[in-house]
Ligand binder design. Structure first.
Ligand SMILES: Cc1ncc(COP(=O)(O)O)c(C=O)c1O
Length: 384
């Protein structure tokens, strides 16, 4: 096997080679808006920096390789990547959307894309009968997240692909792989047409940039998304491109630790008698644990738990010393999020309650600190 086929090696090298002018081993940050041409129509493939930038080229190739895809198209945020993917559709087309997708994704569909004539149905994509029932002749896309946020429900990606095939549906299957990262889950290999990431999370991994990427093996989709990237202009900046390249060099190391520490913490939480529920796909008690083992290499770093008591949850959230109370996830530092007042504030109360997102729920993004320190912090907070 080619050495560059191994994930750990791809993290460090894919898309990057020493700078030809200086030999610099790290890809430079190309802060430039334009490129000097030798003569009319004579250039090195770079004309204007919205269209192409060498640092962005490098990160796009790196991220594509990590997902086992042929091409990546990088955007200014996860939502900018999501919007570009939606712009593959036209007015009158129908989208099927997971019922527990990121609140910002729902807002983009409901408050922006719908104004331009996109129709949509939200459905629990883990329920194949419900998904089948939602498909229409004009369904052009199915977008799902697995695991979901913050309830960590899973969808069987290969089964959804098989369903679309059995139904002779032309809908593109788009998987938001932000929560799993390509270290743990590779949707293209399971039949997805497009993988979507908020690179803001595990791929960058250091909570110091916002970005997004779409990755595909399909040359037609690659061309159309590059066209939208240039036409609409929501590009990833050279600096953010470089920060993500810096981040992915340790993705494999970070994810191993995220996986191990989150599993340890989930088991520790589950063993306590004072919590109502613990949600983590790596727990044997998770209703889709068998699917998790089949579909994922590790179970990632997000653990949610419900105390069943909103006032107690508020006290706990304020008592952490290492886990920082903040939105977002996937960085090296541990975070604790209260979905009802933070990430899911825009989701209607009835929908939240139906999904299990109660005001007594907390979501942990388990970082790569010493796990004993994290457990001690949890112990202290839970006693608050
Ligand atoms: C699963 C998921 N997808 C997409 C996004 C949007 O990404 P961004 O915040 O980079 O726009 C987020 C943000 O939290 C997310 O959690």
């Amino acid at each position: 096997m080619e050495p560059l086929n191994h994930f750990d090696t791809l993290c460090i090298h894919a898309g990057q080679s020493p700078d030809p002018t200086t030999g610099a081993i790290m890809t430079p940050v190309f802060f430039t808006s334009t490129y000097v041409q030798e003569g009319l129509g004579k250039h090195k493939g770079f004309e204007y920096a919205r269209t192409r930038n060498p640092t962005r080229d490098a990160v796009e190739a790196n991220l594509a390789a990590l997902e086992g895809g042929r091409s990546g198209i990088a955007f200014a945020s996860g939502l900018a990547a999501t919007q570009a993917i939606f712009e593959l559709m036209s007015a009158g087309d129908h989208l099927v959307l997971g019922h527990n997708v990121y609140g910002g994704t729902f807002r983009l569909v409901d408050k922006v894309m719908a104004r331009f004539g996109l129709t949509y149905t939200q459905v629990d994509t883990s329920d194949l009968d419900a998904l089948k029932g939602a498909l229409k002749p004009n369904t052009k896309m199915v977008l799902l997240e697995t695991p979901t946020n913050p309830m960590l429900g899973l969808t069987d990606i290969a089964a959804v692909r098989a369903l679309l095939k059995a139904e002779a549906s032309a809908a593109l299957l788009v998987v938001d792989n932000t929560f799993a990262s390509p270290f743990n889950q590779r949707p293209l290999e399971l039949g997805a047409d497009l993988v979507l990431h908020s690179t803001t999370k595990y791929l960058n991994g250091h909570s110091d940039s916002v970005g997004g990427v779409a990755i595909t093996n399909d040359e037609g989709l690659n061309e159309r998304l590059h066209f939208i990237q240039n036409a609409a202009g929501a590009i990833l900046s050279p600096m953010e491109s470089w920060l993500i390249l810096r981040g992915t060099k340790t993705l494999h190391l970070r994810m191993e630790r995220h996986n191990a520490s989150a599993l340890r913490i989930a088991r520790w939480l589950e063993a306590r008698k004072d919590l109502k529920a613990v949600y983590y796909p790596g727990l044997e008690s998770h209703p889709q644990h068998d699917l998790a083992k089949r579909q994922m290499k590790g179970f990632s770093g997000i653990v949610s738990f419900d105390t069943g008591d909103a006032a107690r949850t508020e006290r706990i959230a304020a008592a952490f010393r290492i886990f920082a109370l903040a939105e977002s996830l996937g960085g090296v530092e541990s975070l604790v999020c209260h979905p009802v007042s933070m990430t899911h504030g825009s989701v209607p109360v009835a929908d939240r309650e139906r999904l299990g997102i109660h005001d007594s729920l907390l979501r942990l993004s388990v970082g790569v600190e010493d796990v004993e320190d994290l457990l001690a912090d949890l112990e202290r907070a839970l006693r608050a």
